[in-house]
Design a protein around this ligand. Structure first.
Ligand code: ADE
Ligand code: ZN
Length: 330
């Protein structure tokens, strides 16, 4: 099964590139940029990664990314993850990034974009790995700020695959960003949003109704509403489920209690992603292996979930065909 899962042409629809920052690179970048970290060793960093909830994680996530200052830091961050992912058999990644988390620290959008785009280009030219770009807004910050970032990003509208919505979900409902997502729609940008991770099933409904999203990131709490499940099933809206993330952030107590098998049994369009692999115990391969062990899934289930991800990935028609062909050959 491990060999099969490694060879499976995996497609990751939900990955925060800042959440792929491994402690080793965090230290290297801190040293390069003369930044003091509140840790003395890699071990101390990983020891700190025991989270009570999403907010507990977000605090360390924002602290960790403070080492990213220059174009080459963003390039190193992204290319490091792309190479690791490719070695695990990943063929495509739709990458979220959080401009506001960098703008707040005085790092201009151009610095972030130039570094990330250089890594994307290199991955696509040399690694046979395609990369989608999702510019995410921090939902615990004011909507006006998000709108301002969207306007600032005008030189990049053409190369963005989507805008997203992430960070602290509770008490930051999708409707808060109605105007931002309306503007994104007007610009012809695809929209996705985190919903139903820590927040209730109604937030999934609201993201669909008010933000007109094409994809729900996480969405596991949809099972609390028959109405929401029925809608997701009938529209075949893709859910980007992140099993090890949900365990780390105590959305579930144990992977064996995870609702993934029920989501699949309900006929929903489920996919598997890693979310923040440096913080949650591993990347795409680790997430797949953990699911195989926890749920006893056979190859057919993983093939179906991979097919779902390929169908929904932000790729060209020819790349989608190539990925489907590759899936048929394993
Ligand atoms: N930002 C990075 N990871 C996140 C997650 N799991 N949920 C919400 N925002 C995030
Ligand atoms: Zn996420």
């Amino acid at each position: 099964m491990h060999d099969f899962l490694r060879n499976l042409p995996k497609v990751e629809l939900h990955l925060h590139i800042e959440g792929s920052l491994e402690p080793e690179l965090m230290f290297a970048l801190a040293q390069r940029n003369g930044i003091e970290l509140p840790y003395d060793s890699v071990q101390e960093v990983t020891d700190a990664y025991h989270f009570k909830d999403l907010q507990g994680f977000l605090t360390l996530y924002f602290q960790g990314m403070s080492v990213l200052r220059h174009e080459e830091d963003f390039y190193d961050l992204a290319i490091d993850y792309f190479k690791r992912a490719r070695n695990e058999g990943v063929m495509h990644i739709d990458m979220h990034f959080d401009p506001q988390a960098h703008l707040q620290r005085g790092v201009p959008l151009d610095v972030v974009m130039t570094g990330l785009l250089k890594a994307k280009q290199e991955a696509e030219q040399t690694l046979d790995l395609s990369i989608g770009m999702i510019m995410a807004f921090l939902r615990d910050r004011p909507a006006e700020e998000a709108l301002d970032v969207l306007e600032q990003a005008s030189p990049y509208w053409q190369i963005l695959d989507a805008v997203g919505l992430d960070s602290a979900e509770q008490n930051n409902p999708p409707a808060k960003f109605a105007a931002v997502f309306e503007r994104a729609k007007q610009l012809g940008l695809v929209r996705v949003a985190h919903a139903g991770e820590e927040g209730p099933a109604e937030y999934i409904q609201e993201a669909l109704d008010v933000l007109d999203v094409q994809r729900i990131d996480h969405g596991v709490r949809c099972l609390e509403s028959d109405e929401v499940v029925a809608r997701l099933r009938s529209d075949q809206t893709v859910l980007t489920v992140c099993p090890l993330s949900n365990v780390s952030l105590k959305v579930v107590n144990d992977l064996r209690d995870h609702p993934l098998p029920r989501l699949v049994a309900e006929g929903l369009k489920v996919t598997i992603s890693s979310d923040d692999p440096a913080y949650f115990g591993g990347g795409m391969l680790a997430n797949h292996i953990a699911c195989a062990e926890a749920f006893g899934w056979d190859e057919a289930v993983f093939r179906q979930l991979t097919r779902n991800a390929i169908e929904e990935a932000f790729v060209s028609p020819s790349r989608r065909e190539a990925l489907l062909a590759r899936l048929s050959s394993v």
